[in-house]
Design a protein. Structure first.
Length: 135
């Protein structure tokens, strides 16, 4: 299902409807969550927030193992990928092995949707993610 949270008390809505409306912050889908190297849950929104300041035209992050991730991105300038790697290491934690790959396009899922975060381990909401050895 979809994940959403209420903003902190006193946070005002900056939407066109004004500041009096109750809002929810959409975090993504539970099945698309990833896990940090310590097992903390990371939503698609958290990844988007980490990468949002970079000029990525489109991106996808796959968690391949407990501490291994792959960022695939459509970019005009491949040099931005190193900054993206740094942002993801900061998000996923010490010991995160983040690979980066420049791609020219993405294929949609059968539903014709594009998933931006995917875990080969399954969602940490439903499947405990094994921690790397030594942790």
């Amino acid at each position: 299902g979809d994940l959403a949270r209420r903003p902190a008390a006193g946070t005002l809505c900056d939407c066109a409807l004004g500041t009096e409306w109750s809002t929810l912050i959409l975090e993504g889908r539970a099945r698309d969550c990833l896990a940090t190297t310590t097992g903390a849950i990371v939503t698609t929104r958290a990844v988007d927030d980490a990468l949002g300041h970079l000029p990525l035209l489109f991106w996808r992050v796959e968690q391949q193992a407990a501490s291994r991730y792959l960022l695939q991105a459509v970019v005009d300038d491949a040099n931005v990928l190193e900054a993206a790697r740094g942002a993801l290491v900061a998000l996923f934690g010490d010991g995160a092995d983040v690979g980066v790959e420049r791609v020219s396009r993405f294929s949609p899922e059968r539903s014709l949707k594009f998933r931006q975060t995917v875990s080969a381990l399954g969602s940490p909401w439903s499947t405990p993610v094994p921690l790397p050895s030594g942790r």
